[in-house]
Design a protein around this ligand. Structure first.
Ligand code: FNR
Length: 345
C-alpha cells in the first residue's frame, strides 16, 4: 500500500509511512501544564505513525482555553516533552509539536481573571467546553505591541520544541483560534496593519511563519489552516481571498507542509470551489496533509490520484493506539466514542 510506504518529507525528515497522527487535545497535562509520563506512554504507543503531531500546545499562559493543556514556555514543560520525544524516537517515529494560542476561545478562569485577547472585540457565542455553566466573555482587542510579543512567543516555543527533541513544529492556524481569527473577516475588524486588507489580515500568520522559520529552519515548520469557516467562526464573503494570498506567499517558503483543518473533508464549499483539501491542493505547491474523516481505504485511493501527499488520522487513533498495524494487517478498527476522552490509553 502507498499509505504504508516510506515517505521523504524533505532532505532531513524521512517518515516510516504516510500516516500522520492528527493533533488531539486530551487535557491530561499537570496543573502547571507540564506533559506527564502517562502522556509519554500514550504517544509511544502511537509512534509507528509516520509523523505524530502533538495535541495543541500553548505558547504562553495567555493562550490557554481548555483545562490542563500542555505548554512549551517553561523549562519544566520542555523537560516533560523530552520524555515524549525520546520515547517516540526510540520507536523510529517522528514528532512535531502543534503550537497554539486560542485567542478569544477562552475564559478568565484560565487567564488569571483577565479577559481573553483577540484581533478585535467580537464575541464568540457559546459555552466553554468542560465548564458548561460559563459563556465565552467578550475578548479584548490586542495592542500592536502585544501582537509583536505573541509572535515572539510562537518563535520561542519553536526554539523550546527543538530543545525538547521535537523534529519540528506545526503552527496552529486553524479551527477558529487566534491566527485564524486574524485571517477571517468575522473576527478581524482592525483598521491598522493587521486588518482591513487581504495582506493585512495575513500579516500575523506570515510574521509567525517567518520568525519561526528563521529560528528553526523551514523544513521543520508546518502550518494547519481552515480556509472554510466551520468551527468557532462565521464565513464572510471574500474570506477565501485572504487564503489565496496566504497560500501564494507560503508557496516560496519551502515549509515542511500545509495541513488541512476540517472535521469532514467530504464537505464542499462553493467559495472554495470544492473540498478544503481540493482547494489547498489547487493553490499550494508543497506537501499537503489531508484530514477530516479519512479512512485508510479512501486515503489509499486518494494518494494514487495524487489528491494529497499524507493523511492525518484523528479519532481512530484515540480508539486504536495500534492503528498503523491494524491497517497493515487489514484488521477491523475499534469505533471511537467520546467517552474515550476521559482516560489516556
Ligand atoms: C481534535 N482536533 C484538533 N485539531 C487541532 O488542530 N488541534 C487539536 O488539539 C485538536 N484536538 C482535537 C481533540 C479531539 C478530541 C478531536 C475529536 C479533534 C481535530 C483533529 O485533529 C482532526 O482534524 C479531526 O478529528 C478530524 O479527523 P478525524 O478524527 O475524522 O480523523
Amino acid at each position: 500500500m502507498k499509505l504504508l510506504e516510506k515517505y521523504k518529507l524533505n532532505s532531513t525528515i524521512e517518515m516510516q509511512n504516510r500516516i500522520v497522527m492528527a493533533p488531539l487535545t486530551r487535557c491530561f497535562a499537570t496543573d502547571e501544564l507540564v506533559p506527564t509520563q502517562l502522556m509519554a506512554d500514550y504517544y509511544e504507543k502511537r509512534a509507528d505513525a509516520g509523523l505524530i503531531i502533538t495535541e495543541a500546545t500553548i505558547v504562553t499562559k495567555g493562550g490557554q482555553g481548555y483545562p490542563n493543556t500542555p505548554g512549551l514556555f517553561s523549562k519544566e514543560q520542555g523537560d516533560g516533552w523530552k520524555l515524549v520525544t525520546d520515547k517516540v524516537h526510540k520507536r523510529g517515529g517522528k514528532i512535531f509539536a502543534q503550537l497554539w494560542h486560542v485567542g478569544r476561545v477562552s475564559h478568565s478562569i484560565y487567564l488569571n481573571g483577565n479577559a481573553p485577547v483577540a484581533p478585535s472585540a467580537v464575541l464568540l457565542a457559546g459555552r466553554v467546553p468542560r465548564a458548561e455553566d460559563l459563556e465565552y466573555p467578550m475578548p479584548r482587542a490586542l495592542e500592536i505591541s502585544e501582537i509583536e510579543t505573541i509572535i515572539q512567543e510562537f518563535k520561542q516555543a519553536a526554539i523550546n520544541a527543538i530543545e525538547a527533541g521535537f523534529d519540528g513544529v506545526e503552527i496552529h492556524g486553524a479551527n477558529g483560534y487566534l491566527i485564524d481569527q486574524f485571517l477571517h473577516q468575522h473576527t478581524n475588524l482592525r483598521d491598522d496593519q493587521y486588518g482591513g486588507s487581504v495582506a493585512n489580515r495575513a500579516r500575523f500568520a506570515l510574521q509567525i511563519i517567518d520568525e519561526t522559520i528563521k529560528a528553526i529552519g523551514s523544513h521543520r515548520v508546518g502550518i494547519r489552516l481552515s480556509p472554510a469557516a466551520y468551527f468557532n467562526m462565521e464565513y464572510v464573503k471574500g474570506d477565501e481571498d485572504t487564503f489565496d494570498f496566504l497560500l501564494e506567499m507560503i508557496n516560496d517558503k519551502n515549509m515542511a507542509y500545509v495541513h488541512v483543518g476540517i472535521f469532514d473533508d467530504t464537505a464542499s464549499f462553493d467559495y472554495l470551489g470544492g473540498t478544503v483539501s481540493e482547494y489547498i491542493r489547487s493553490k499550494y505547491k508543497g506537501v499537503l496533509i489531508a484530514s477530516g474523516g479519512k479512512t485508510s481505504e479512501v486515503a489509499e485511493q486518494d494518494l494514487h490520484l495524487n489528491k494529497y501527499d499524507l493523511v492525518a488520522i484523528g479519532r481512530p487513533f484515540i480508539a486504536n493506539p495500534d492503528y498503523v498495524s491494524r491497517v497493515r494487517s487489514n484488521s477491523s478498527l475499534v469505533d471511537y466514542n467520546e467517552s474515550m476522552l476521559t482516560s489516556l490509553v
